[in-house]
Design a protein around this ligand. Sequence first.
Ligand code: ACO
Length: 324
Amino acid sequence: MIKICGTGSALPAHTVTNDDLSKIMDTSDEWISSRTGIRARHLAVEETTTGMSVKAAEQALEEAGVKAEELDLIIAATLSPDHILPTLACEVQAAIGATHAVAFDLHAACSGFLFSMNTAAAYMQSGVYKNALIIGAETLSKMMDWNDRGTCVLFGDGAGAAVLRELPDDGTNGGLKAFVQYSDGARGGVLACGNRPVCHPFASHEPENQYVTMDGQAVYKFAVSTVPKVVTEAVEKAGLTLADIDHFVLHQANQRIIESVAKRLKQPMEKFPMNLQDCGNISAASVPILLDSLNKNDMIKANERIVLAGFGAGLTWGAAVIQW
Ligand code: ACO
């Protein structure tokens, strides 16, 4: 069975409340919190994507009782690494001394942690690797246009990690039970961010907007229509019903999206933990940070069933069912 054996997370020390934002731009706590549920977010000042990832990774390894040298795979999900080269996963590998691991980044925006976990699981199911470190980490504050109040108020920084192991079956039928994942590049324009333009002695293109742009209402409609379906599909694939699920750990984009998903699935809000109030949307890091906080606060019991679900730019979306 493929099991999450340890989790970890790290957030920047500096907290910025909605009231703090209202002092530097034309916004208000009422506007932000009533539309999104977000009241504060952590923004990196001294912290880096790699530094937070290393902290989260070390906690996850310690809880799992796995030494860095025992890792054979590291996948880091990020859209905001510190450097284009080397990759975040390789920087973490070097920092923790995971000398036997192959390390690479996976970019699937807000679905990144989930897709990384599923990718690691596929390697494990085919017998290639046994011990994997999965990271979701972002410093989104540097990707925002701080003159665009429609986007910059939504996002935060942080990192989360999990150690995934292939273990002998212990008779509990636990671990990863099923996953499903999808993409629709044709709708990608609703959540976008440009890159450096081609510029060399033979060609020079106009620079693209290098900040995140979003059609908020289109993203909202995408999320509330696809997430209930993909969650239901993953649960059915696991041979379970929605009533069998104890916790739905969804990407933390917006409280109204989560409430709408809960309503469509006819499941009580108590099963949908949230940290977006204090963290905002941390893209690939939101699911592992929330999972770590549930784990550290003993809010998940052995054998409980959890749905992890991600959705975001690409467009990408997916869900996995695990038994703790
Ligand atoms: N403070 C005050 N006013 C604002 C702010 C702000 N921070 N941002 C926008 N406004 C104004 C707009 O300028 C507009 O004013 P106008 O009517 O005078 O032109 C008005 O508020 C309404 O703007 P909309 O963009 O239409 O606001 P909407 O009601 O759609 O809410 C929101 C925006 C919260 C982003 C909503 O569309 C939403 O929840 N979308 C989901 C998208 C999401 O969660 N994305 C996260 C990233 S994607 C992901 O992680 C999957």
